[in-house]
Design a protein around this ligand. Structure first.
Ligand code: NDP
Length: 331
């Protein structure tokens, strides 16, 4: 659970351009359109709060970059990420959510919980009684061209989402933190062999996770190895690494999992909201409440531990219920 009350010391003032004309007033403004945002929208619109959603840069969120989603309850045959997001959008719109293109570029939150101003695309101002932040997080990638080329064809940033497709095969995980150790352990139960590629001579993951990795027979840790290139024809067939001696090493794999951290999409809020050092928004444990009354957060922007579609949807539901309660208590 995130620690509430720790303050990000690295606050940046967001730019708030002068815009002519009246601000549009809304009761519930939802920022971001992943499972958290759409679930918040379904609940808020069913409560007749007429939510307005701005979809953000990547409409549908991170799931639109995955292929099959097999672990969201209620889809016995699985579903593709993009189709699931389309269904969620249709469901939110059926109850009256106003779903719009555009992204929040600056905010001015009222510390006393009055109306909160949000700039959209530096062109329009919304004055919202409540704001639900569900802007998600972005997986960090190594930045290799080959990694970009094979995204969805062997390169993934989520073992829980995609590991199943590599059943009985050899795969690699890159990263030395808790996520990488967890992903490697998870994959070891599905795959024949898992290479864990770590750039340093040590693993940053917690002791427990390190022990778990060490005690798993089919995980081979490659310390001081740097990924040079991912190779293959239509899909991933291998990875080229450079070892500490500067030699090139090739490992034949069909899946390459990147686990080098996520960056929550929270920069524009950091002048107002309590966050941890990475930028995850702190919420009061057991709720979606931030330190600003009327501003709520759900999904990956406030969750560095679980990061699943279903947990994001659950926390989006919490945010809508918390917003509804807050509005009810104000009048
Ligand atoms: P971390 O930032 O902890 O670790 C990132 C890892 O990726 C580090 O080993 C880092 O290497 C490596 N890395 C970064 N950039 C590159 C690169 N370009 N090439 C190769 N390797 C790279 O991220 P995590 O996602 O693992 O964890 C984030 C937070 O979430 C942590 O606080 C963690 O403890 C927590 N967490 C907790 C879990 C749990 O309690 N169950 C599960 C998952 C995460 P280097 O060490 O050299 O910098």
């Amino acid at each position: 659970m995130l620690e509430f009350g720790s303050i990000n010391t690295d606050k940046v003032e967001s730019q708030k351009p002068d815009i002519e004309g009246e601000a549009e007033k809304v009761r519930v403004l939802i920022l971001g359109s992943g499972p958290a945002g759409y679930t918040a929208a379904i609940y808020a619109s069913r409560a007749n709060l007429k939510p307005v959603m701005y979809q953000g840069l990547q409409a549908g969120g991170q799931l639109t970059t995955t292929t099959e989603v097999d672990n969201f309850p209620g889809y016995p045959e699985g579903v593709t990420g993009p189709l699931m997001m389309q269904d969620l959008q249709k469901q939110a719109e059926r109850f009256g959510t106003d779903v719009r293109w555009g992204m929040a570029t600056a905010v001015e939150f009222s510390k006393e919980g009055g109306s909160h101003k949000v700039w959209i695309d530096d062109e329009k101002i919304i004055e919202a009684e409540t704001v639900i932040i569900s802007t998600g997080a972005t997986a960090q990638y190594l930045g290799l061209d080959s990694e970009e080329k094979y995204k969805g064809f062997g390169v993934s940033a989520c073992a829980t989402c995609d590991g199943f497709f590599y059943k009985g095969q050899d795969v690699a995980v890159v990263g030395g933190g808790d996520t990488a150790a967890e992903e490697a352990t998870y994959l070891s139960g599905i795959c024949k062999k898992v290479y864990l590629i770590i750039r340093k001579p040590i693993m940053r993951a917690s002791k427990t996770m390190q022990e778990r990795v060490a005690n798993t027979e089919n995980i081979e840790v490659l310390y001081e190895h740097v990924t040079k290139e991912i190779v293959g024809k239509q899909a991933v067939e291998g990875v080229l690494l450079t070892n500490a001696k500067g030699e090139e090493v090739r490992k034949d794999i069909t899946g390459f999992f990147v686990a080098i951290g996520h960056k929550p999409n929270s920069d524009i809020f950091n002048e107002y909201l309590d966050m941890d050092n990475t930028g995850y928004i702190n919420t009061i444990p057991g709720t979606s409440k931030t330190n600003i009354p009327g501003v709520f957060a759900g999904g990956d922007v406030q969750d560095k531990h679980y990061r699943q579609a279903v947990t994001a949807a659950g926390s989006g539901c919490m945010a809508a219920l918390d917003a509804e309660k807050y509005l009810g208590e104000r009048y």
